[in-house]
Ligand binder design. Structure first.
Ligand code: COA
Length: 288
């Protein structure tokens, strides 16, 4: 279990999974992936009616912890990584999934929503898939799912250029069901999840399976992405891009650049970290 993932039972046989690592914008460590994966597996085992995935404090997640990526890039093995086990579980989860997305939803924060049956967002939600800018490739089946949702050209725009899009764009593109005020987001997601949970279970599960279509094709895409991702992660361009994020601002107090200097994009994948190495150590542990 991870201290940064809270799993709670909600009314109507709904399970709420909340990401809460505020000091790192809910960036996902190996331990957090494991905790969410376990919550999804347990929902299937226990016959939960639906799972709601959400963030906290106006942040969904800044995506995979980039220190973890660097650790793998510097020699960790790829096959058994917690992120990959999480993605396989996500794609195979039988329990209906609902995403309540407020604020940053970067990388896997965006791609995981492609596996959800209902997605709710706010006007201040920023979706972004900056894989190429990081020297990486898409994951979580997004190279397969996204073109089917939005068409090849739009998918290429979102995955190749990596431009951000907000909650209203997501609704317009068919990537979110509704745009809600932040205070209405979770109540609505929980209410819709409870509605799903109240439906005849077998019919709901079968309909979900039909809607999700060819599972073999999705699995093949996920496998191909893992292979390309592992290769990309050890490339010099990925190492350089990730290092640039992690080292940005070094030399000033708490790793921050001189005041007034623009040090990152508010919607992007640029940034910096301090030199404590705290998360880095966790990354080494959780990816081993
Ligand atoms: N991995 C590890 N740490 C991350 C992180 C990530 N993906 N995203 C944010 N953080 C950390 C920052 O390093 C910073 O830590 P510090 O205070 O110890 O230095 C802290 O979270 C707050 O981030 P900050 O950049 O100050 O917040 P912001 O609101 O100004 O910007 C982002 C938020 C998400 C735009 C920016 O942090 C960012 O670009 N992050 C990387 C996103 C990314 O590329 N994810 C991987 C996708 S594949």
């Amino acid at each position: 279990m991870s201290a940064h993932v809270a799993v709670t039972a909600e009314a109507g046989n709904v399970v709420l999974v909340r990401l809460a690592r505020p000091d790192k914008k809910n960036a996902l460590t190996g331990a957090m992936y494991d905790a969410v994966r376990e919550a999804l597996a347990e929902a299937d085992r226990s016959g939960a009616g639906a799972v709601v995935l959400t963030g906290s404090d106006g942040v969904f997640t800044a995506g995979n912890d980039l220190a973890d990526f660097l650790a793998v890039s510097e020699g960790g093995s790829g096959g058994a990584r917690p992120a990959q086990r999480f993605i396989r579980q996500l794609a195979g989860t039988q329990t209906p999934l609902v995403a309540a997305v407020d604020g940053l939803a970067i990388g896997v924060g965006t791609t995981l929503t492609l596996h959800c049956d209902l997605v709710f967002a706010t006007a201040r939600t920023t979706f972004r898939m900056p894989f190429v800018d990081l020297g990486l490739v898409p994951e979580a089946g997004s190279s397969h799912l996204l073109p089917r949702r939005v068409g090849h050209l739009k998918a290429a725009e979102l995955l190749l250029l990596g431009d951000p899009y907000d909650g209203a764009d997501a609704v317009r593109l068919g990537l979110a069901n509704a745009l809600l005020a932040p205070e209405d987001l979770l109540p609505r997601a929980l209410a819709e999840a409870a509605r799903l949970a109240g439906k005849p279970r077998d019919a709901l599960t079968a309909t979900r399976r039909l809607l999700r279509g060819d599972r073999a094709a999705l699995t093949a895409a996920i496998d191909a992405e893992f292979a390309a991702f592992d290769m990309a992660l050890t490339s010099p361009e990925a190492k350089a891009a990730i290092q640039a994020f992690l080292e940005r601002g070094r030399g000033s107090k708490k790793g921050r650049p001189p005041s007034g200097e623009q040090h990152h994009q508010a919607d992007g994948c640029e940034g910096r970290r301090d030199e404590t190495g705290e998360t880095r150590s966790e990354a080494h542990r959780s990816n081993s």
